[in-house]
Design a protein around this ligand. Structure first.
Ligand SMILES: [Zn+2]
Length: 318
């Protein structure tokens, strides 16, 4: 396997499995890695989910704002690139490693999300699998919560500075926004596609295993003219072909769990025997053993994620 792929997969798996652990990294602008995607579009990596910064004449639109404490470092880093103020924040979904920096921006910044994410952000329910989410908004009397929402589709801005927001159904959560920069041919998927690893299906925040692959298929069919895909957590950008493969990967995962239930097998059976099918391994998807070797992430922790996912699919399968 290519070293680059291994590193990408590693970081994704690390981010997904130890979101709480990532909070221990001290927030600072120096820890943010900036990748220039286009002349007016950057990705800020580190401190939680991948943040996109889209610079327009009017100001800067951010997609996601990372873990608690990372809002100010994002602003600091942004000053190295532009003098324009942040006018808009789009949150792809309700998870704390994508929304918590919101409270460090002025109240005048417009926060936009899918309508269900707006509801979920007021609650900040625990993530399926048990991880608690700090409700930073409550402590600030609602500062940083979305005031503008969409149901299926929304356009922000105009011309080359247009942003298109889409909702294609339940997947990682029940309010996953797909963010397209049409003039740049770039898509930000949030955590529906966090990277090449088993997805987190957060049923407690209205995610769905059964709908997950269908939602990706709808996005792949609808979003043409995309060259570059920014994922929720991976260290490099991906392509629509990678997204399509990820849809196939999640479909096979869900079908494996459903078939096991129908055959009378147990959740333990699935958890103990599952690994990425061969063709996905060739594409950079790691086995539990490889993850253990490379990241020292105990197999038990991976099994816990797997178990939570299989459990979700189990409950959705009659
Ligand atoms: Zn997430």
């Amino acid at each position: 396997m290519k070293r680059g792929l291994v590193l990408v997969a590693l970081v994704v798996v690390g981010a997904l499995l130890t979101a709480a652990g990532a909070a221990q990294q001290t927030p600072s602008a120096a820890s943010i890695q900036v990748d220039k995607i286009r002349d007016n579009l950057y990705v800020f990596r580190g401190g939680g989910g991948n943040t996109a910064a889209f610079i327009t004449d009017r100001g800067v639109t951010l997609v996601d704002t990372k873990l608690p404490g990372w809002g100010r470092p994002i602003l600091e880093k942004l000053k190295e690139i532009t003098d324009k103020p942040v006018t808009t924040i789009i949150n792809t979904h309700t998870h704390f490693d994508h929304v918590s920096g919101n409270i460090e921006f002025p109240a005048a910044v417009e926060v936009v999300t899918h309508e269900n994410t707006a509801k979920l952000m007021r609650e900040m329910r625990p993530v399926t699998g048990g991880l608690e989410q700090a409700n930073v908004f409550k402590e600030k009397n609602g500062l940083g919560l979305p005031k503008r929402t969409f149901k299926d589709r929304m356009t922000l801005g105009s011309g080359d500075e247009r942003i298109e927001l889409y909702y294609f159904g339940h997947a990682h959560t029940g309010g996953d926004a797909w963010v397209v920069f049409p003039a740049l041919r770039v898509l930000h998927t949030g955590d529906v596609f966090a990277g090449k690893a088993v997805p987190l299906i957060d049923a407690n925040n209205d995610g769905s295993g059964v709908e997950y692959p269908q939602t990706i298929a709808k996005a792949v069919a609808a979003l043409t003219n995309i060259d570059t895909v920014i994922t929720g957590h991976s260290q490099t950008t991906m392509t629509m072909a990678d997204l399509k493969t990820y849809g196939d990967f999640t479909r096979e995962f869900v079908q494996t769990a459903q078939a096991a239930k129908k055959a009378g097998r147990t959740i333990d059976d699935v958890v103990n025997s599952w690994k990425p099918p061969e063709r996905f391994q060739k594409d950079g998807y790691l086995t539990p053993e490889e993850i253990q070797q490379l990241s020292r992430q105990p197999i038990a922790a991976q099994a816990a994620r797997l178990r939570a996912n299989v459990d979700v699919v189990w409950n959705e399968t009659k």
